[in-house]
Design a protein around this ligand. Sequence first.
Ligand code: SAH
Ligand code: SF4
Length: 394
Amino acid sequence: MSASAPITQDVLTIPRKMPEGPVNLVGLTREGMRDALIAAGTPEKQAKMRVGQIWQWIYHWGARDFDAMTNLSKAYRAELAERFVIAVPEMVKREVSADGTRKYLVRIAGGHEVEVVYIPETDRGTLCISSQVGCTLTCSFCHTGTQKLVRNLTAGEIIGQVMMARDDLGEWPEPGEGMGERPRLISNIVLMGMGEPLYNFENVRDAMKIAMDGEGISLSRRRITLSTSGVVPEIARTAEEIGCMLAVSFHATTDEVRDRLVPINKRWNIETLLEALRAYPKASNSERITFEYVMLKGVNDSDEDARRLVKLIRGIPAKINLIPFNEWPGAPYERSDWERIERFADIVYKAGYASPIRTPRGEDIMAACGQLKSATERARKSRAAIAAEAGLDP
Ligand code: SAH
Ligand code: SF4
């Protein structure tokens, strides 16, 4: 197509299905950005080079303004500014825990809110991001699970959480600063916030491809961990199309208990899940699968459970991450006692598996795993409850 060719509706709908209003470049894959630039009149022959330049501005330097893109002509910058925006979710609240953990509340289109958590440690800094507003699944120990799914996040909203956190931490390089000069504050990303990432596969994949792209945020696939409750049909695709590290919310050693804790088990049970997991490391070239195991007093924390667990996962390169249950108001479970957790960890460790106990972080600001739930949704629910009490339709 030449620069003067008319822009058809068809072409315009490729990048983001928003024919009217400016298109957000954040979240487009390289191919998507190329299509968008061509649709906006960039000559096809130049498109790849332009993507390379703009990509670096957005994802390496953190530019939010086309005017900053000094290797593009003024006229071209003005054209871009007319057709596109570089937008990330807006931070509406930030809480900093006594232990340095930061919890952000970010607002996305439609006025919805999701939470993002930054956990600094001595050897790394982990950003825990969300993939959905709420969750369709209803794991009985998870606070997010009590909140209905509102919607999937777009790829731009997913990678935008990383960009927003980099803004807050001051992690983007200054002009002239070389690669690797600035310490990496966000060295790892975990998809362990709100939502089931494998129920929003394409957007999560596109966002993680952006995070891994060497011309930008440039995180190795080994530093990105996707946590799933066990959406079996999407596990092989995760290996093939994303190739990141996988964590699985295992949490129980019998179908009877897992059905109660992680109800998706009724659809894909332990055996089916393990079968898919056996194939994962080979397909993705990743080392080990993390088995997440939440420690619930008297429910899944016996010696017998520990022994059953190691038997079940035999043959899978694995690490068992024991998560002391993070309590939330009204939760139907209690955290296992510390000695119990240690004893469980010991059995797993002696069977040959690393069995770290996850230190609860940011508890004073309710930033721990499974406690994330947006304030808007809390407010909505309480309004609904008030209406119900009054005998009114909410
Ligand atoms: N939906 C995905 C990822 C988000 S949850 C999943 O389920 O894997 C990230 C991890 O926190 C999961 O292992 C989840 O089971 C665990 N989790 C949820 N609620 C928790 C709680 N209250 N205490 C401890 N861990 C919890
Ligand atoms: Fe959803 Fe994960 Fe919570 Fe289950 S544990 S309800 S899948 S966010």
